[in-house]
Design a binder for this molecule. Structure first.
Ligand code: 13P
Length: 252
């Protein structure tokens, strides 16, 4: 059966010392505690090596927030999947709406990134989601369908089975405006059905689909109680250990 997962996305927050401190706190909060989900933190590239030194990855997984769409070479400022893997990280967020919106990421580049993540044994946490206008004009199912089809449906069933999906409606990110648990469930069920049609029931049942967008301790329980919501990708609330743990503990 699929895993429940709570993953933090620190985005462009914390200096290295602050990040090490936060990771140390989360690691300590998880030590000796039995939790009912996998817990992951995705941190800036600059933090990966130091954070890896202060966490126990048996309890707290480590990921990057992006990787390059090329293997290596003359791409000044880029960080490759193999560089990420060499820090000890095992996850990578790909296709976050902020990358799509502000850095022009397309399904074509994302396809390359997914392939390179797999080559380097990184588990992609692949983000999809519509903007407000698409929610309001009713095209949100089609938007999400295209995002998944274009960047992921070229994968073998075996590789697709390793992807973690994160549905993040852009209008809910950092706005305090969470999708209702029914809105999340409706989309997650739709996504799972797309996977059934493409890869069959077994792959679909084993795929974790996380919700992201203003998820916090006060709404996590209701969201995670929905049958197709398998956890969360957490931005703002992952920057405070107590809030992040409050979300982890929503799986009780
Ligand atoms: P917030 O939790 O801050 O809304 O961010 C969600 C997100 O973008 C996680 O990737």
């Amino acid at each position: 059966m699929r895993k429940n997962i709570v993953a933090g996305n620190w985005k462009m927050n914390t200096t290295v010392p602050e990040g090490v401190q936060l990771a140390t706190e989360v690691n300590a909060a998880l030590a000796g505690k039995k939790v009912n989900c996998d817990v992951v933190i995705c941190v800036p590239f600059t933090h990966l090596t130091s954070v890896n030194q202060v966490i126990n990855q048996n309890k707290l997984g480590l990921g990057a927030e992006n990787c390059a769409d090329h293997k290596s070479g003359a791409y000044t400022g880029e960080v490759s999947a193999s560089m990420v893997a060499s820090t000890g990280a095992t996850y990578v967020i790909l296709g976050h709406s902020e990358r799509r919106q502000y850095y022009g990421e397309t399904s074509e580049t994302l396809k390359e990134k997914v392939a390179l993540a797999f080559e380097n044994n990184l588990t992609p946490i692949f983000c999809i989601g519509e903007v407000l206008e698409q929610r309001e004009n009713g095209t949100y199912f089609d938007v999400v369908k295209s995002q998944i089809e274009e960047a992921l449906f070229n994968l073998s069933a075996e590789d697709f089975g390793k992807v973690i999906l994160a549905y993040e409606p852009v209008w809910a990110i950092g706005t305090g405006k969470t999708a209702t648990d029914d809105q999340a469930e409706e989309m997650h069920a739709y996504i799972r059905n797309l996977i059934v049609e493409k890869y069959g029931k077994e792959v679909a049942e084993n795929t974790s689909i996380l919700y992201g967008g203003s998820c916090k301790p006060s709404n996590a329980k209701a969201l995670f109680a929905k049958p197709n919501v398998d956890g969360g990708l957490i931005g703002g609330a992952s920057l405070k250990c107590a809030d992040f743990m409050g979300i982890v503990e929503a799986f009780d």
